[in-house]
Design a binder for this molecule. Structure first.
Ligand code: SME
Length: 150
C-alpha cells in the first residue's frame, strides 16, 4: 500500500532526473528502496527466454538469471501479467531470495507497442505489503524506465 502523495513525489523524482538506461534504472531503484516495505528492489531485463538481473538495491541474490515460467518473476512473463503475492510461503513456484521476504510484487515494463522489456520486482518483509496502489505506482515508474530504456 502506497499513498498517492508518496507515489507522486517518487515518480516525479524519477521523471525529472536526466539519467537514461542502467543509470536511470539504478536511480529509480534507489528512490523506491526508501519507501516502507520496499525491502528489495530490482529490475530484471527480458533477454530471449530468460530474465537477467539488472539494477537492484538490497542483498545480493543467486537469482541473476530466471527462465520464463520459473518463480514469480518468470510467471509474470509467461502469463503476460503483473503479479502481487500476499504470502510467498503459500506459493510452490517461488524462488526464495531471502528468508525475510514475505510478500512480493512484479510489474512488467513494456515498450510503446506493449512488448515486454523487463520487470520491476519488489520484495517486502511483511505479509500483504503490496496491493493495486503499488501496482499502479510501479506501472508509472516502469513507463518512465521504458521511455529511456537505452
Ligand atoms: N522471488 C523471485 C526471485 C527473485 S528475488 O525475489 C530477488 C521469484 O520467485 O521469481
Amino acid at each position: 500500500m502506497i499513498g498517492n502523495e508518496t507515489a507522486n513525489i517518487t515518480v516525479e523524482a524519477i521523471a525529472s532526473s536526466t539519467f537514461r538506461g542502467f543509470e536511470l534504472r539504478k536511480f529509480a531503484m534507489e528512490q523506491i528502496a526508501t519507501l516502507p516495505n520496499y525491502n528489495w528492489c530490482g529490475v530484471y531485463i527480458l533477454d530471449g527466454n530468460q530474465l537477467v538481473l539488472d539494477a537492484y538495491i538490497g542483498a545480493a541474490t543467486d537469482h541473476v538469471r530466471i527462465p520464463i515460467g520459473r518463480g514469480v518473476c518468470g510467471t509474470a512473463v509467461a502469463e503476460n501479467a503483473n503479479q502481487i503475492v500476499e504470502d510467498v510461503s503459500k506459493l510452490e513456484n517461488y524462488l526464495a531470495c531471502s528468508l525475510t521476504t514475505k510478500s512480493e510484487i512484479v510489474v512488467l515494463i513494456r515498450d510503446a507497442s506493449g512488448e515486454i522489456l523487463g520487470q520491476i520486482d519488489i520484495d517486502g518483509h511483511a505479509v500483504g505489503a503490496f496491493d493495486e496502489s503499488d501496482e499502479e505506482f510501479l506501472e508509472s515508474g516502469g513507463k518512465l524506465l521504458a521511455e529511456r530504456w537505452l
